[in-house]
Design a protein around this ligand. Sequence first.
Ligand SMILES: [Zn+2]
Length: 135
Amino acid sequence: MPKPSPIPDEVSKPFWDACNERRLIVQTCVQCDRMQYPPEKNCIACGSSAHLTWREVKGMGCIHGYCVMYDSRVKLLQENQPFNIAVIELEENPQIKFFSHLPGTPPDEVPVGAPVKVEFEATYNGQLIPEWRVL
Ligand SMILES: [Zn+2]
């Protein structure tokens, strides 16, 4: 099933390049000791880009909540309907949230609170993107 692909820009390219190496990295401001996702040009807390770096994380998290999509307007996603849209909290920092379709988990059978592990799936053009699987 072809998946839509992100379009990396100058700010997000390191993140997507790391995904292609099956590594999950999160932008971190070392001055504020703060992570942010999705990547931004500047730290949202101090406004500076001078202290932004990338930190590799383990790729573990838990399910914060979810909804189920029945009528997406995105054509490439319609074949997979209905599908889960789960909110994943990152283990290193629960304020960092990712979205996932939760491959392997049937729609609307999402175990909220359960631990998940990142995996990488290819989009239609071969870009790898993070998805999360219930352990
Ligand atoms: Zn900062």
